[in-house]
Design a protein around this ligand. Sequence first.
Ligand SMILES: [Zn+2]
Length: 370
Amino acid sequence: MGRPLRPRGKLLQEDTRRHHRSLLLQQLFREGPASRADLARSTGLTRVTTSDLIGELMADGLVEELGAPAGSRVGKPPMLVGLAADSTHIVGIDLSNDDRMTGAVINLLGQVQARAEVTIDGASGQAAVDKVHRLAADLIALTDRPVLGIGVGSPGVVDATGTVIDAPNLVWADTPLSASLARAFDLPVFVANDANTAVLGEHTFGETGTGGLMVLRVGTGVGAGLVLEGSLLHGHRGAAGEIGHVVVDPDGELCACSRTGCLETILAVPRLRRRLAESEDAEEVLTRVGEQLGAALAPVVGTLNLQELVLSGPQELLDGSLREAVDRSIRSRTMPVSSEGLVVRASTLGEDVVLVGAAVLVLSGQLGVS
Ligand SMILES: [Zn+2]
């Protein structure tokens, strides 16, 4: 069987229209309010097409007229149009914490409008899925706006359809989380790995540069998400960024994955806290872990020539001696050309990075903006 042909005729025209709508929304999302003439110039669409589509987006409520800019010159001032930030809301859910599931109602500009959470209380399997459903229902009840979709950042490996292939902490295996939420709420649903969700949040709403970005998410487990050349890196089997189970110390502790001395066994929050409790010199422990982490990341930085490495997780653990040791260790192990422009820092979005990233999944999937 060959690959099915693309639908032709009318559908193709609708594809083009959808693409043009996304171009305009993306421009407004990235650059803020603009006149129709400016939008036509920056997107390369004709003025007629631009006016037509802006009219359509206004009828949908996604775009609104904002008046003329202050201090415009004589003559008829141009009317600015912009995204109607609260015309529709997004439900974002973060499943990366070990004790609770957190959620937020987020507007089109990535601003949190309301929050809710449920405690996990050891729930796993279907009981944990039920808790996600309850949290989604609570969040939907917190907004009086139409909901554009539900985005979820989940631990574990998640496939392109939003099925969680393997998340040991929640005892999920081939769990169709996206499909069950879509069925229950009749809304578009997007589920992705929590570290990938975090890097999308940081890339879209954090103050990032245009070079390669890696977000290392440190929680119950350890994982990374990468945005390279403006795109999320998926990898051959959707497991790009799974650095938590790379062995860094063959003589180290036993890992949940049954190997010995994975990065996770030195860096995961519960293990790190335990080691700090057992030691009298916290700075020494954090520095040593930072050096080991730097040694594990140096080949990645050297290979990809990253611009930014973001450490996301409990800041009291990560954003001090540990971060400084990572920075030092990477620089001492790579050529200057690899590390000169490198910035090692904490997330500008703090603990909201996964929630906001979950909103980006929906913005990108439903409106074509990110
Ligand atoms: Zn492991």
